[in-house]
Design a protein around this ligand. Structure first.
Ligand SMILES: *[C@@H]1O[C@H](CO)[C@@H](O)[C@H](O)[C@H]1NC(C)=O
Ligand SMILES: *[C@@H]1O[C@H](CO)[C@@H](O)[C@H](O)[C@H]1NC(C)=O
Length: 264
């Protein structure tokens, strides 16, 4: 290898390192047709400072959660099979997939009464080893102190699939959409032909347009109103066919469990 080539490689590596150390504070909002939840909008850094990227042992993004204090992230349970505090990481502070500031875990606690058949208690808590710093890019959400009952407009987010279907590309940039929460009966009506569908008293969110909705890979994606987190994406049975519901874990139902685990 010539010195010239080595220099070029060194410069590329240096730029790469700088890009990782200083994630852009305001991503250019691009109109990339494939960059969507399904039909979503690009988030900018700092817009959702509580969003947690849950990673595997190789620091590769797998799903989402919400930071709810300086040491605790809440997420769903069903996707945590085989995951432990040792093979899981969380990261914050960048809308770009696999970037941001990574933290190791002290504990990963799946709700002891989680039932994968019924979908009951589909919730987990992740505690970081060191406190997560707060700033404009990283800041915890407030936990709701009431249960949404239907009609509310909410925002949901995730790095999941960007087109209809299971094996479509996942978002490189965090995506958000607006959904409307439906009441229990309206939601159940969608599952009239499938009475055993594991709804588990979930919150249902419906978008006002087809080709817009949550999809595979959006699991644990926070459902928020402002800086308050009300739910976490659990299942998207229709994946992006937005006039059908996506199912969310109602966090209000788990306030006592969360308090008992984290001690406040
Ligand atoms: C990002 O930059 C654009 C264009 O300068 C600006 O309109 C927008 O408000 C900025 N967003 C944030 C979150 O700073
Ligand atoms: C899950 O719920 C079903 C239906 O109520 C029950 O039969 C089953 O025993 C439960 N499983 C666990 C692991 O609790």
């Amino acid at each position: 290898m010539t010195n010239n080539k080595m220099l070029k490689i060194a410069v590329v590596l240096l730029l790469f390192a700088v890009a990782i150390a200083f994630p852009a504070t305001n991503e250019t909002v691009k109109n990339e047709p494939s960059g969507r939840v399904v039909g979503g909008n690009n988030a900018v850094n700092g817009q959702f400072p509580f969003v947690a990227s849950i990673r595997n042992a190789n620091n590769v993004h797998t799903h989402q959660g919400a930071l709810i204090s300086n040491r605790w992230v809440v997420s769903v349970a069903w996707i945590m099979q085989g995951r432990t505090a040792f093979n899981t990481r969380v990261a914050f502070g960048s809308v770009v997939r696999n970037q941001g500031f990574m933290f190791f875990l002290r504990r990963l606690i799946v709700h002891p009464e989680f039932n994968s058949t019924t979908g009951a208690n589909d919730i987990s808590l992740l505690q970081t080893i060191i406190p997560v710093f707060h700033g404009s890019l990283v800041f915890p959400a407030s936990l709701t102190n009431f249960r949404l009952s239907g009609g509310e407009r909410v925002t949901t987010l995730g790095w999941g699939n960007t087109m209809l279907g299971e094996n479509t590309p996942q978002a490189n940039s965090l995506q958000w959409i607006s959904l409307q929460v439906t009441n229990d009966q309206t939601c159940r009506n969608f599952f009239a032909n499938d009475p055993n569908f594991p709804l588990a008293n979930g919150l249902c969110g419906i978008s006002d347009a087809n080709m817009r909705g949550m999809c595979a890979g959006d699991e644990g994606g926070p459902m928020v109103i402002g800086n308050t987190v009300h739910g976490l994406m659990r299942i998207s049975p229709w994946c992006g066919q937005g006039t059908n519901p996506d199912i969310f874990v109602p966090l209000f139902d788990f306030k006592d469990w969360i308090a008992s685990v984290r001690g406040f």
